[in-house]
Design a protein around this ligand. Structure first.
Ligand SMILES: [Zn+2]
Length: 421
């Protein structure tokens, strides 16, 4: 009997990925079906269903579930089960018109041009996109990357149960880090853990993240450093680099028997508080009893208050989730405390001053900005080890140096072209 939390709304995981003969037969059949193109977000959601991370969903949502989800976090088709963000499939009008109810279609990934699954279409419906965005993202501003995706998607939603036929490039490209819920649970069980805190990461792991992980280990059996390997917005640091940086940190500064690393294929929606809830649902499926929710979890820009993603856990029904949030205040290194600290513990309000050579000039709290960090690294100056361990900085520097070389090559090529005119 497992000591881990049960999957969401189900005694067991419900992966929808086919294997062996069933997979071969379905792939064969899919060749003859009409293709429905999917956006990258839709493909990533399909894979999440495939691996059981979205247990107990069995397909893309119909209108009632879409509305229930948006209005009050409930899906009527599953006796009002808690679900925080609609999982839907969109189609262009002509594609939707060409499909009749009850028809089976092939789900086609535009990016890799591959058949990812099949779906029996049971419903076609239009949605009020403004309404969805207001509820899920708390904004209809098209500059918000999650809103932009919804606004750009086709006008008709298609619903039905799915069979998943591929995990795309994730298992190969992120070998050793990509993990299915059943695999994570197995690792936790082998270690005899019952309480596991998930640390969501989509940025490099700096000192503050490490502190959150250590605090979580103090109160749980272990920490699951769970990286997003799905799509991010342009300018974010790619997963390979983040994985390397975490390895560098964990290898030297953590007890290996208290840490597990994994990656998941979902695309970021940047929905802040609502996304923190979705992160909770699938972390519970991964076997985690807690989710570390820090400052501005899953947010972007200034669309959300810094602690909105913590407050929302008090606004949802008590029985919504088994998983509990581990709410943490803004964390930093404090030169007065002489240790990592948070707004909750540290009484020293002055900011530490780091000059442009990376040298400490006085003050208490070290809140190093990304811009200064980038400047110090590009000029080969030292980054205070209180902010980020040198092993992590070395990995990031290598990445930024490679980017600069690429930019230089591009500019050079352009200039040569101009000269030939
Ligand atoms: Zn202090």
């Amino acid at each position: 009997m497992s000591k881990l939390v049960p999957p969401h709304g189900s005694p067991e995981l419900k992966p929808l990925l086919l294997a062996g003969d069933a997979l071969a037969a379905e792939l064969q059949k899919a060749q003859g079906l009409k293709k429905v193109p999917m956006t990258t977000r839709e493909t990533s959601d399909l894979i999440m269903m495939g691996i059981g991370a979205f247990t107990p969903l069995d397909g893309f949502m119909g209108r009632d579930d879409w509305k229930g989800c948006c209005d009050d976090y409930r899906i009527p088709s599953r006796k009002g089960l808690f679900w925080p963000i609609p999982i839907t499939l969109s189609a262009q009008q002509d594609v939707a018109d060409s499909i009749s109810k009850g028809e089976e279609v092939a789900l086609w990934d535009l990016e890799t041009e591959a058949i990812m699954g099949t779906m029996k279409v049971t419903e076609k419906y239009g949605i009020d996109k403004d309404c969805e965005c207001k509820q899920v993202f708390r904004t209809t501003d098209p500059a918000h990357p999650g809103v932009q995706k919804v606004m750009e998607q086709g006008p008709v939603n298609l619903a039905g149960t799915v069979k998943v036929l591929s995990e795309s490039y994730y298992p190969e490209m992120f070998a050793g880090i990509y993990q299915r819920p059943v695999e994570a649970r197995q690792v936790f069980e082998e270690r005899g853990w019952s309480t596991v805190a998930a640390l969501q990461l989509r940025n490099p792991m700096h000192g503050s993240h490490a502190y959150l992980a250590w605090v979580a280990i103090e109160v749980c059996d272990g920490v699951y450093i769970h990286q997003l390997v799905g799509k991010l917005k342009p300018g974010d640091i790619p997963a390979e680099t983040r994985v390397k940086a975490i390895d560098a940190l964990v290898n030297k500064y953590f007890r290996k028997d208290r840490v597990v690393q994994g990656g998941y294929p979902m695309e970021m929606r940047y929905a802040g508080p609502r996304e923190a809830l979705l992160h909770s649902v699938f972390r519970q499926n991964y076997g985690c009893s807690h989710l570390i929710v820090g400052r501005d979890h899953a947010g972007v820009g200034d669309y959300y208050g810094p602690f909105d993603a913590q407050k929302i856990f008090n606004e949802i029904p008590a029985d919504a989730l088994v998983l509990r949030p581990l709410c943490m205040d803004w964390t930093f290194y404090c030169y007065e405390c002489g240790s990592m600290a948070s707004m909750k513990t540290c009484p020293h309000e002055s900011k530490a001053v780091i000059d442009e050579n990376g040298a400490y000039q006085g003050g208490a709290r070290l809140l190093l900005s990304g811009t200064l960090l980038r400047k110090l690294m590009s000029e080969g100056k030292p980054v205070p080890s209180e902010f980020s361990k040198p092993e992590v900085i070395a990995v990031l520097k290598e990445y930024y140096d490679s980017l600069e070389q690429k930019v230089e090559v591009k500019l050079h090529g352009f200039a040569t072209g101009e000269a030939k005119k």
